[in-house]
Write a protein that binds this ligand. Structure first.
Ligand code: FAD
Length: 415
């Protein structure tokens, strides 16, 4: 095999970056057992690696399809997954919170004070909701005006509030500017809430206040809204006064530059940043998210720490479960190379995001990505969105694809 000069230099750089491994099997610690971290742990364990997964919660509650729970189309139980499959793989699972990372000493500290050494660390902590970014919206306000942007108790709270609301009540939703977890998520939620109102509270209406004018799958969503929910969903973008600047939880009021809106039920999706441990590890930049090398997912700020999933700045890739899972596999492969002293290969990654506009009406967006200019960039011409003029049978098929995707990914990650 003939090696290019660039390949040789990349190989030498990887060798130079490779840690002085402890004697015996290399140790990789993964923080966060969600779509990103749990996938990474399982794929790393396929090689001769000692893998420890640290996850704060005893079970995982998945966000994809949680909008269907809010609309009463699905029980929350179907969103819950255990970690028995991961234990069976031989991964050491510790259910506690990681509280600190010392990148120089390559050490993670756990809530009980235990310290763990690693050769490489994978950080997949997901997001932290910025409860200091929107005046008036703090942890106490979230107890009455739920965000439901982390699935679980907040999902149930929003569902119960919708059920308890009188027919004729107004529902408000505040959507943040980019970047945030799941770009099409708010619009899927708006659609399914409107579906619920149309069926059960026909005199009610949802008003979506958005901090931007353009959003994922916009034409498809707006086409469907015009057909399905003309009386039940109103979207107000940035230039029409959609940006919420302040929240008054006591009166359930959202303040914008153009006026005030009061609702019977108010769903505030606040701005976000990488999970708190990323700040403590020193891998997040001033944006709150974590810059990474797009080939190895290694942090740009700290050596031997790799960041995947929502916490990472992944260029054109959106913050989705599909993306977190794809990044985890690419990262595990890069780590196998690095731990063996080889240069990691250039990955190709795929993302697909399905959204339900109604129970039997699905739409999707897909993309393919590769490293370019230090980021993960779209491969032009690959991917695309559902056609605007598709017949109802196609929308119904896409709704079943969405279900199948969820079953496939949750089996791969947790079963
Ligand atoms: C309403 C909604 C709908 C969505 N729909 C879709 C969809 O249809 N398709 C799709 O692909 N994506 C969807 N998403 C996005 C998807 O949920 C996220 O992108 C995905 O969960 C990101 O995975 P992650 O591993 O980065 O983070 P997470 O899944 O959030 O996992 C992070 C894990 O880390 C743990 N953790 C954090 N900090 C620590 C610590 N210090 N110590 C120990 N453990 C820690 C947390 O407990 C958590 O289990 C949706 C999101 C929302 C909100």
């Amino acid at each position: 095999m003939r090696l290019s000069r660039r390949g040789v230099i990349a190989g030498m750089a990887a060798l130079a970056a490779a840690p002085a491994l402890a004697q015996g099997t290399p140790k990789v610690v993964v923080i966060g057992g969600g779509f990103g971290g749990a996938t990474a742990a399982r794929f790393l364990k396929r090689g001769p690696v000692d893998v420890t997964l640290i996850e704060a919660e005893p079970s995982y509650t998945a966000c994809p399809f949680s909008n269907a729970v809010i609309a009463g189309l699905r029980p929350l139980d179907q969103q819950r997954f255990g970690y028995d499959g991961i234990r069976r793989d031989g991964i050491t699972l510790i259910h506690t919170r990681a509280t600190a990372v010392d990148a120089q000493a390559r050490r993670v500290t756990l809530a009980d004070g235990t310290a763990l050494q690693y050769d490489r660390l994978v950080l997949a902590p997901g997001i932290e909701l910025r409860l200091d970014a929107l005046p008036g919206y703090d942890a106490a306000a979230a107890e009455t005006l739920p965000h439901a942007w982390k699935a679980g108790a907040q999902t149930t709270l929003l569902r119960r509030q919708l059920e308890a609301m009188e027919d004729g009540g107004t529902v408000l939703m505040s959507v943040p500017a980019n970047p945030y977890r799941c770009p099409p998520g708010p619009y899927e939620r708006a659609s399914l809430i409107a579906h619920y109102l149309k069926a059960k509270k026909p005199r009610s209406k949802l008003i979506v206040l958005d901090a931007k004018d353009a959003f994922s799958k916009q034409r498809l969503f707006q086409q469907a809204w015009a057909r399905l929910y003309p009386a039940h969903l109103e979207w107000i973008g940035l230039s029409s006064g959609g940006k919420v600047t302040e929240v008054d939880a006591a009166t359930r009021t959202l303040v914008t530059d153009f006026g005030r809106h009061t609702g019977a039920v108010v769903n505030v999706i606040p701005p976000q940043r990488a999970g708190a441990i990323a700040q403590s590890a020193g891998v997040a930049d001033r944006s709150g998210w974590c810059p990474i090398d797009p080939v190895s997912f290694e942090s740009r700020a700290q050596p031997n720490i790799h960041v995947i999933g929502d916490a990472a700045i992944a260029g054109a890739m959106p913050k989705s479960a599909f993306a977190a899972n794809a990044q985890a596999k690419a990262c595990a492969e890069a780590l196998a190379d690095l731990l063996a002293g080889r240069a990691p290969r250039q990955p190709r990654l795929i993302n697909t995001c399905y959204s339900l506009v109604a129970p039997d009406y699905g739409i999707s967006i897909a993309g393919v990505y590769r490293p370019a200019n230090g980021l993960l960039a779209d491969i032009e011409g690959a991917g695309g969105v559902s056609p605007l003029d598709a017949p109802p049978e196609n929308r119904a098929l896409e709704a079943t694809y969405a279900e199948d995707w969820f079953k496939t990914i949750t089996d791969e990650v947790f079963a």
